[in-house]
Design a protein around this ligand. Structure first.
Ligand code: SF4
Ligand code: SF4
Length: 415
């Protein structure tokens, strides 16, 4: 690394040193409470995969460049120089962390380890060292948003081709659109992922509830958040905000995608509309009697994996459990559960970045946990988790059926 690049990276590091990060840098007591909280360490004890171990790289740099003690006695705080070796180490620790924040819930000081990872990712982006697949997917999303007018007709045609499959689950009344698009004054704007699995069950459920809804032209997924680029994250989220404002909707319901929900609900400020997960919408329909479901359709003991970005980082625990209680009499929670639930090991873009061996190794504790429930059905409410858990199911030969909560509800709809 040349001197110019080194200075640029140190400037990025300094720009992220806000009040809370400075406090987190100084306040770690090295108590170790976060160590066993990390599923990576719990699955394969290696100290570099602990929250404190990951953060230590950043602390050493802080010591070197921002502390008087680091300048006069660098050995005391284990201060280190910024160099290529440091960047490599930080790449490994940043992009093996799923951002699940389980470590934070166990830290007596509430140190938000993700603020360290955000610094690390900002420096990796500045050095052009981030996983290129994530940046590329984020760029594709941005470009698609910029050219949305040119793609609307094709998208509408693709939706028309899904109508028969929606009707198979719920016969829509004559004269009503099966997958409505661009509905001004709709109560709900539903934001899906690419792929019919994210559209068909949701459409059937909202049609069964008699909802006044509209499907968004935009995809929910936010690769800007995965790669750790706040500007791109905001750009991708803003398109949905603009669409919701243009249509004048009351609520934006985000499909089963944890990161998309967390970004829209907790990272974009306040709006004239509410942001909810689609799980919360299904729960409301069931509680209000707007949809009915048949328990006989979903067979076998069922458990639920809390997606970190919907549960621990998003605050939604009860909606999926209520839905499942209406779908089966044989529901069993995992142990631990809710805010202490283990991460699936696939978040933070890890499912996309690759290295399946690492993902499977770090998911051992998750596999053991769900196996212990004796469940035959493993339900979840996030695309990322669903992909990872499907791989975990196969790798650890769990013999379970991995399901989206929305698909289970749509398959069980009754008149
Ligand atoms: S956020 Fe999750 S993956 Fe990252 S260090 Fe904490 S517990 Fe481990
Ligand atoms: S639990 Fe908190 S204070 Fe203790 S080692 Fe981990 S980050 Fe530091």
């Amino acid at each position: 690394m040349d001197g110019k690049m080194k200075q640029e990276l140190l400037d990025v590091f300094a720009s992220k040193l806000n009040q809370s990060v400075r406090m987190y840098m100084d306040n770690c007591a090295r108590c170790g409470a976060c160590i066993e909280a990390c599923h990576v360490y719990a699955s394969s004890p290696e100290t570099r995969y602990t929250a404190v171990g990951r953060a230590q790289n950043l602390r050493r740099l802080f010591e070197k460049y921002h502390k008087y003690s680091g300048k006069i006695a660098p050995w005391l705080g284990e201060a280190v120089e910024l160099d290529d070796n440091w960047m490599k180490k930080v790449y490994e620790t940043a992009f093996t962390c799923t951002g699940c924040r389980r470590c934070m819930t166990y830290c007596p000081f509430g140190i938000d380890t993700q603020q360290f990872q955000a610094m690390a990712k900002a420096m990796l982006i500045a050095a052009d060292m981030e996983p290129k697949v994530l940046s590329m997917l984020a760029d594709v999303s941005v470009a698609k948003g910029e050219n949305i007018e040119a793609t609307k007709a094709n998208f509408a045609e693709a939706c028309r081709q899904l109508e028969a499959e929606v009707i198979q689950k719920w016969q829509q009344e004559a004269g009503k659109e099966t997958i409505p698009l661009d509905v001004k004054g709709a109560h709900v704007l539903y934001v899906a992922l690419a792929g019919k699995h994210s559209i068909i069950p949701a459409a059937a459920i909202m049609n069964a509830a008699g909802e006044n809804w509209s499907l968004s032209y935009f995809e929910a997924v936010n690769f800007g958040a995965f790669v750790g680029n706040p500007v791109v994250t905001k750009n991708i989220a803003q398109r949905i905000i603009d669409e919701a404002n243009r249509l004048g909707v009351r609520e934006v319901a985000i499909c089963e995608c944890g990161t998309a929900y967390r970004v829209m609900r907790h990272m974009t400020g306040t709006h004239d509309f509410k942001v909810i997960t689609f799980l919360q919408l299904i729960e409301r329909y069931l509680r209000d009697g707007r949809i009915k479901v048949n328990k006989a359709v979903n067979n076998g003991r069922t458990t639920y994996h809390d997606p970190c970005q919907i549960a621990r980082n998003g605050g939604v625990y009860e909606a999926p459990r209520y839905i499942l209680s209406r779908l089966t009499d044989d529901y069993v929670d995992t142990n631990p559960t809710k805010s202490a639930n283990w991460c699936c090991g696939g978040g933070g873009g890890l499912v996309v970045v690759g290295d399946k061996d690492f993902r499977m190794m770090s998911a051992k504790v998750k596999a053991d946990q769900v196996r212990a429930t004796g469940a035959k059905v493993l339900a979840t409410g996030c695309e990322n988790c669903h992909s990872q858990l499907s791989d975990v199911n196969e790798h650890y030969q769990l013999g379970m059926s991995v399901e989206f909560v929305s698909s289970m509800a749509a398959n069980a709809l009754v008149r």
